[in-house]
Design a protein around this ligand. Structure first.
Ligand code: NDP
Length: 280
């Protein structure tokens, strides 16, 4: 059955969320500081609320604003019955809103969107949730419209923790790719020429992740694949070549210090997974 859903915040992401909900036939109310942004949604049948309080009385409210500081007064004004918080923040911030919601008698679940706005409404969009499992289950029909919902646990901070961990991987990968493009670019290689090798290599590297996870879980870093000292030596070559080609070695240099410290701690013959000992 279709629900009354409220969306607080019509930035790039909030607009995509509201659009997907309209597409699925829900009755959607929207509020945004700049109401003009609601235009295309209103054409598709959304209702414009003049204040957050006008949204609050619906079955479930989704909030997606820039930051928690901006969000909190909006949430207090909306006073929803059921709240799904999709604004990005720290685990502590998510737990803070969970505590506030509990004190106000608001059913609460925290979510993080592992997708760009253009991916919303497709199965490739993972949305991770934590907080009340009862609320998650009760709102599953609405949440499934946004992307593939995954429930992580009752600690409201878990979704934010996963979010930052996953984003960290994305940023490291992107920085590594930009360094690679800069390096090959010093010899006139274009991104279009390099991209096919980069994509294939990225897939191969993705295949290493389960094995690395097993080594971290077991603490057994024995390897017959590739030892850390060989990798540390390769990394030093990359830093040296970056300097020689006249580009900043900042990206590989950040790893070099960590790898060298791990080798110095006695892990030279172990797998790369042993670097986690120094990170911890
Ligand atoms: P936008 O910058 O596009 O939108 C920001 C939203 O916050 C707008 O609704 C804006 O209102 C509102 N806002 C900003 N300042 C204020 C204020 N002082 N008072 C009231 N409202 C305010 O950001 P996104 O939509 O991209 O991101 C929203 C959240 O979603 C963020 O937490 C982000 O991390 C998260 N997210 C975004 C992804 C993305 O790819 N875009 C991916 C995953 C998560 P106004 O229109 O009036 O400026």
């Amino acid at each position: 059955s279709k629900k009354q859903v409220g969306v607080l915040g019509l930035g790039r992401m909030g607009t995509a969320l509201a659009g997907a909900l309209l597409g699925a036939g829900h009755d959607v109310s929207v509020w945004n500081r700049s109401p003009l942004k609601a235009g295309p949604l209103l054409d598709r049948g959304a209702r414009l609320a003049a204040t957050p309080a006008e949204v609050g009385s619906v079955d479930v409210v989704l909030s997606c604003l820039s930051t928690y500081d901006i969000q909190q007064p909006v949430l207090e004004a909306a006073a929803p019955k059921v709240l799904v918080n999709l604004t990005s923040g720290t685990p502590e911030q998510a737990r803070g809103v969970a505590k506030w919601a509990a004190s106000e008698g608001i059913d609460y679940v925290d979510g993080v969107i592992m997708a760009v706005p253009q991916g919303i409404g497709t199965p490739a969009a993972q949305v991770l949730y934590s907080g009340s499992e009862t609320v998650f289950a009760a709102q599953r029909d609405v949440l499934e419209v946004l992307g593939a919902p995954v429930f992580l646990g009752e600690d409201a901070g878990l979704a934010a923790l996963y979010d930052l961990a996953l984003l960290g991987m994305m940023w490291s990968t992107m920085a590594g790719y930009l360094h690679a493009l800069a390096l090959v670019g010093t010899e006139g290689v274009t991104p279009a020429q390099f991209a096919p090798m980069a994509s294939a290599w990225q897939s191969a590297v993705g295949g290493f992740l389960p094995g690395i996870g097993e080594q971290v879980a077991s603490g057994n870093y024995e390897t017959d694949v590739s030892a850390l000292d060989i990798n540390a030596a390769g990394l030093a070559l990359l830093v040296e070549t970056s300097r020689a080609q006249g580009i900043s070695p900042a990206v590989p240099a950040a790893l070099q210090e960590l790898f060298d410290r791990t080798v110095a701690a006695g892990h030279g013959s172990h797998a790369i997974a042993s670097v986690i000992e120094e990170i911890r």
